[in-house]
Design a binder for this molecule. Structure first.
Ligand code: ADP
Ligand code: ASP
Ligand code: MG
Length: 812
């Protein structure tokens, strides 16, 4: 004998019922088949109750249509009439109740139970009749005649004695045939129709399995077992092959709706295994729940479950310290009125107690507690309790968690890294579960990042919001696109671009943007670019591991940096403006990055992809002290002075550099030393010097006329006009057997930039093309300085530096 339960998801439509019939008709054992209401019908009845009877015509219509679809789809026309008249008769009865409810605008507990019972009564009878019509030897038992509840501790609980007797009285019938029976509905202590709670058909089935000593219970639903997390929210979740009863109980208690949690107790008593199977994928293995669920070789944590719409009730005051019986009164007050407490935390100081309850119970719980402690509150010994709403409870569950160190560490660091605030924590004494309460808005992010951390070995999704798709940005996108597969395979990193913006248009996407045709998509997008909207979108998505990538040189973009960091979104940027802005701003961003655990990386601010800032950080972090930095930091200026000769006028060389994309969009920024000043300023700050841009000594080599120009064109024109000025500088250097290099230095904490004549014996003399060089003199590198040298400009190099920072940020 076995018990087989089909949930509402399986008996939702005529199509899904065909699958159910194939399972029943292939079954060899004698079986009790428990069926729920057609999927969603109990919700419709519940909605009707919540609306206090309004709109009854609509509700009735929906219920009628759903059942007609099943009857018309599965029963031969000549056999339909008894079913249709049964449906009509039930609907009439329901209509009478609904009309009465809307007239008196009041609904009693008894009526609620009555209304909710229609779903199961209709489905079980219709399914029974259709199975009979198909030639099955089959009987019907009404669960109201075999399952009874009694009043106990302010609740209706299963009356084991009465139920036992009723089932044994029906045993002859039960053991001989296939039996169909409704789930959920029962008879209560007042002999009225009642139910086992929402989702209670699972429980009906396990009660039947217990009293009939069945060999197993099969629960057929719309998913292939109990998943490592709710599959509707965590797309990467997987079915758990084996669970112990206790693990299953914890997961279901904390929200894994696939099993109604009281279901397990009757099974545990008789050691009956349960199998969760998928009606729509009958060959899938599913989940086996048994006495000793097999430990999972790879994971200590078996599953993550969650409950939404949770409230925290905080109760505190010095008056509760050391007072015996306090907790008894507290919980007594709640249980007397049947308020279910989901989680409890009490600080060891006993100064406060905090409980989690369903949001719908919160107000009631508060008034019960405040009433119980009315006297202490009036004496100011205890404060009135206060409620926090819109929270979510997340539990990680596994029998072997207690023997494994680091589980809670991983839980907290994963959430911390994603800027998710934990409101309360509780660990069961069995250490089989750790529960936390978080803000409901962080739910999806928390579940996915925890799932990634505990189940998806070496796999991490990183969400990118990229602004700026010019020379650097488009190279970056190409590199990401080219490397995507290899990053997934080798580093387990999945980079997903979710937002893309240039100065005109943007794409904001809820799913990953396909990078193959990003250009045409961006150009044809009908959303105009807007930095604030871009920010708002990335915050609203609230995705784990989010990074904002700034590939522009635009100061407007940096305005929102602090807002990104405050929302836990990391920043990777080649834009130097933020780090060379006011010292206060630079320090604020660094601090926000630390506080909110959001990376802020800008290696490409100095020397494109060359590891200059990283090297400097490593020196300092390892306890070294910088005594002097000398550097050629402008690939642009290096290119210009390397190519400037008697044959190639200064103007011609600059113009070529602009054309090759070697300069900032405005070449004056490079030539008047602003760009290099910013770079040495950043290096000075990274070495711990608290200096401003105005502290950088900058002696310009440009003639006054060029300095004063207002546009790029005017500037280039002025270079042409001042040919002699530049030739003079060149002649002097040649005469001194030197080359011209634009050098930045930091000596004794003083930063300066300027054009210098470099003689043959200097390491800068042979610096080619657009290369950069940085020479670090430190306490450790006293005799022979540490040199970083290489290509320091160009879109492709800079993009690769940004890319490297993205990978670094992703690994945090
Ligand atoms: P039925 O109508 O068959 O009783 P339910 O809707 O009650 O089905 O339960 C199945 C649903 O439970 C799934 O569709 C899924 O959305 C939800 N669910 C929540 N958590 C889990 C989990 N950890 N594993 C599987 N399903 C889960
Ligand atoms: N039909 C009931 C409900 O929706 C019982 C069940 O599906 O298990 O809650
Ligand atoms: Mg269910």
């Amino acid at each position: 004998m076995k018990v087989i339960k089909f949930g509402g998801t399986s008996v939702a439509t005529s199509e899904s019922l065909k699958k159910v019939f194939s399972i029943i008709e292939n079954e060899k054992d004698n079986s009790i088949i428990v069926v729920s209401a057609l999927g969603g019908i109990t919700d419709i009845l519940q909605d009707f109750i919540n609306s206090k009877g309004n709109g009854s015509v609509d509700y009735l219509k929906q219920i009628e249509e759903r059942h007609l679809e099943v009857i018309h789809g599965l029963s031969k026309i000549e056999n339909q009439s008894p079913l249709l008249s049964f449906l009509k008769q039930q609907l009439n009865e329901l209509e009478t109740i609904l009309e009465a409810v809307s007239t008196i605008d009041e609904i009693t507990k008894k009526t609620i139970s009555k209304v909710l019972s229609f779903g199961e009564i209709l489905s079980s009878k219709i399914i029974f009749e259709i199975l009979k019509e198909r030639g099955n030897d089959i009987s019907y038992i009404d669960s109201r005649e075999v399952i009874f509840t009694k009043y106990h501790n302010n609740n209706e609980i299963v009356d084991e004695e009465k139920t036992g007797i009723a089932i044994s009285n029906n045993l002859n019938l039960i053991e001989e045939k296939i039996i169909i029976m409704p789930g959920f509905i029962v008879t209560d202590s007042n002999n009225e129709i009642s139910n086992l709670g929402r989702g209670g058909s699972d429980y009906t089935a396990s009660i039947m399995a217990n009293y009939t000593n069945s060999s197993c219970l099969e629960i057929w639903t719309d998913v292939s077992g109990v998943f490592s997390a709710n599959p509707k929210i965590v797309k990467n979740s997987k079915p758990i092959v084996s669970l112990s009863y206790k693990e299953a109980m914890e997961l279901s208690f904390f929200g894994a709706k696939v099993i109604y949690f009281p279901t397990l107790q009757p099974l545990i008593e008789k050691n009956i295994p349960a199998y969760i199977k998928n009606t729509f994928d009958q060959n899938a293995i599913g989940t086996c729940i048994a006495n000793n669920g097999k430990p999972n070789e790879e994971n200590t944590v078996k599953g993550i479950s969650h409950i939404e719409n949770i409230s925290l009730i905080n109760f505190e005051g010095s008056g509760m310290v050391g007072v015996p019986g306090f907790s008894k009164r507290f919980f007594g007050a709640l249980s007397e009125k049947g308020v279910n407490v989901i989680m409890i935390t009490q600080a060891s100081s006993e100064f406060s107690i905090c409980i989690a309850v369903k949001e719908s119970d919160a107000k009631n719980a508060k008034s019960l507690i405040d009433k119980e402690f009315e006297y202490e509150i009036s004496q100011n010994k205890i404060n009135e309790c206060y409620i926090e709403n819109s929270l979510s409870n997340i539990a990680i569950v596994g029998d072997n968690m207690k023997s494994k160190k680091g589980v809670s560490g991983k839980l907290f660091s994963t959430l911390g890294n994603n800027n998710i605030n934990i409101r309360a924590i509780a660990q069961g004494a069995s250490e089989r579960n750790i529960s936390i309460i978080i803000d409901e808005k962080d739910n999806t992010k928390a579940l996915n990042s925890l799932h990634e951390a505990f189940f998806e070995n070496n796999c991490k999704n990183v969400h990118l919001f990229i602004t700026g798709v010019g020379n650097v940005g488009s190279n970056l996108i190409k590199q990401i696109s080219d490397q995507k597969k290899s990053l997934e395979e080798n580093l387990g990193l999945k980079l997903k671009v979710m937002g893309l913006s240039n100065s005109k248009k943007m794409i904001l996407s809820e799913t990953e943007i396909n990078l193959n045709d990003w250009k045409s998509k961006l150009n044809s997008s009908d959303i105009s670019s807007d930095n604030n909207k871009f920010l708002d979108f990335s915050i609203a998505q609230n995705l784990r591991n989010s990074l904002f990538i700034d590939n522009t040189a635009n100061s407007d973009i940096t305005i929102n940096y602090s807002n990104y960091l405050k929302n836990g979104i990391g920043i990777v940027t080649c834009n130097k403006i933020a780090c060379s802005d006011k010292l206060e701003k630079y320090l604020e961003l660094k601090s926000l990055s630390r506080i909110h655990n959001a990376p802020f990386l800008y290696e490409t601010n100095v020397g494109a992809a060359l590891p200059i800032i990283n090297t400097l950080n490593n020196l300092i972090n390892s306890g070294d002290r910088i005594t002097k930095i000398e550097a050629v930091l402008s690939g642009t200026l290096n290119y210009i002075f390397n190519n400037f000769s008697k044959e190639n006028s200064f103007y011609e060389v600059v113009k070529k550099a602009v054309e090759l994309g070697y300069t900032e969009p405005d070449p004056k920024i490079d030539l008047c030393g602003v760009d290099v000043s910013r770079k040495i300023l950043i290096l000075a700050r990274e070495s711990g010097k608290e200096i401003e841009f105005s502290d950088v000594l900058n002696k310009s080599f440009l003639p006054n006329e060029s300095v004063k120009t207002k546009s790029k064109e005017e500037f280039l024109e002025s270079l042409k006009n001042n040919n002699d000025h530049f030739n003079k500088i060149l002649d002097k250097a040649l005469k001194n057997k030197s080359r011209l290099k634009y050098v930045a230095s930091l000596i004794d904490g003083k930063a300066s930039v300027g054009l210098k004549e470099i003689s043959e014996d200097h390491p800068f003399y042979n610096l080619e093309g657009s290369d950069n060089i940085t020479v670090f003199h430190t306490d450790r590198y006293k005799d022979s300085p540490l040199v970083v040298k290489g290509a320091g400009a160009g879109g492709e190099f800079t993009a690769s530096g940004v890319f490297a920072d993205i990978i670094k940020a992703s690994k945090k």
